[in-house]
Design a protein around this ligand. Structure first.
Ligand code: PLP
Length: 422
């Protein structure tokens, strides 16, 4: 049986997969089972921040695998402590505590549970707990029952009702709508600083600052979902800092790029005092017995994550993300192509908006999917983001030559639809 037949017979068909079986990867390149090489600007959807099989990540995993792969969170392990210290001191740079999960959805569930705890500590006037979390249209927070309910996209909810209650979805970057939406039940606001799956939409600095002010005024928690944007991808360790460096959130979730390819996620809560009289820290609301994960933060994944985050910091790969993003923008702008409506995003989370009227499609296929398939046929892997956008998610250590190669493939594909070829 070939791989596709094995999948057909034994794996649930939850993904619309491309007809490609990948077998090996090194740096920016992956190879399929036919021996064909691809330039990978999908990178596991923003997961492999250092490219495939980076030697420092491989060594960290090999050494740790030979020493200790897994023990229960009933015991201390040095890697988990060291990773939490690295994230707190070098990346978040605010006092707080971390909980380690295995994915972004679980990290967001942790934030949602933390909001509920805070709603019990600081209830409504009648003593009932606050519980509502405001999130945004086109957001994506994951596929667990908690994180999918937080997600502001109907297609993600379809067929799974009744959903977990306590979410309302507001228009992104609309301060007035948000101000009018806060109710006595509201306890938190959760948002992506840049919406990734929703089409690469960037929150303005003004919007982020207005949210912080609204949270202070109404005693709401401010949570950032940095699952796709965090750890250098957007040109700063934390994406919110690019447009609103002064903001101090109450909670953050991460996954994807933090592990360099291994399944690890985390949520962080601030050490801010939330009950002056009893000197209660926000992070202490998630106390013994309140949350857990068998695998979360095991020695193996923490070793890989620690190696990844140190490399991102020591090589200033966030700086490379900013530099390469500017080169990409300049080059695409120089084409003057009517097929490209805009380049959105920050750092190396970029969305290339396409003009659907210039790209004819059949059988309900979106123009983004059509272009993604054509790029793949020419040796470049990229993921779509919504119907009219594809994303560029190269590793953070991508070189000038690799960017130039990808851009030349993109130019050759898009110029087929260009009524004004340059
Ligand atoms: C912003 C954001 N949050 C949460 C998730 C869910 O992460 P995971 O697939 O690791 O559960 C994703 C995944 O794409 C994401 O982009």
């Amino acid at each position: 049986m070939n791989t596709k037949e094995l999948f057909n017979d034994h794996v649930m068909a939850t993904y619309g997969r491309f007809p490609l079986t990948l077998t090996e990867g090194k740096g920016t390149r992956v190879r399929d089972d036919q021996g064909r090489e691809y330039l990978d600007f999908c990178m596991g959807i923003a997961v492999c921040s250092l490219g495939h099989c980076h030697p420092k990540v491989v060594t960290a995993i090999q050494e740790q695998a030979a020493k200790l792969i897994h023990v229960s969170n009933l015991y201390f392990t040095d890697n988990q402590g060291l990773l939490a210290e690295e994230i707190n001191q070098e990346h978040v740079k605010l006092p707080g505590k971390l909980f380690f999960s295995n994915s972004g959805a679980e990290a967001n569930d942790g934030l949602i549970k933390s909001a509920r705890r805070y709603g019990h500590l600081k209830p409504q006037a009648d003593g009932k707990p606050r519980f509502e979390v405001l999130t945004f249209k086109q957001s994506f927070h994951g596929r667990t029952l908690g994180s999918l309910a937080a997600t502001g996209q109907e297609k993600i909810h379809q067929g799974f009702d009744p959903l977990l209650t306590g979410f309302r979805y507001l228009p992104y970057n609309d301060i007035c709508a948000l101000e009018g939406a806060v109710s006595s039940e509201t306890v938190a606001i959760l948002l992506e600083p840049i919406q990734g799956e929703g089409g690469v939409n960037v929150a303005t600095g003004e919007f982020l600052e207005a949210i912080q002010a609204l949270c202070k005024k109404n005693d709401l928690l401010l949570f950032f979902d940095e699952v796709q944007t965090g750890f250098g991808r957007c040109g700063d360790a934390m994406a919110w800092r690019v447009n609103a460096p002064g903001i101090e959130p109450d909670g953050i979730s991460w996954a994807k790029g933090m592990g360099g390819g291994v399944p690890i996620g985390s949520f962080w809560l601030s050490d801010r005092i939330v009950d002056q009289e009893k000197e209660v820290k926000l992070s202490s609301l998630m106390n013994a017995g309140s949350h857990g994960s068998t695998y979360g933060g095991n020695p193996l994944v923490c070793a890989a994550s620690l190696a990844t985050l140190k490399e991102i910091r020591e090589q200033d790969l966030a700086g490379n993300a900013t530099y390469q993003a500017q080169r990409i923008r300049n080059e695409i702008e120089s084409w003057g192509s009517p097929v490209v409506t805009e380049v959105r995003g920050l750092g190396l989370l970029l969305g290339i908006g396409l003009n659907p009227t210039l790209i004819p499609t059949e059988d309900g296929e979106t123009c983004a999917l059509k272009i993604v398939k054509e790029l793949m046929a020419k040796g470049l892997l990229v993921p779509p983001a919504g119907p009219e956008t594809f994303r560029l998610l190269p590793p953070l250590n991508v070189t000038n030559e690799e960017i130039d190669e990808a851009l030349s493939i993109i130019k050759s594909v898009l110029s087929n639809y260009d009524t004004n070829p340059s």
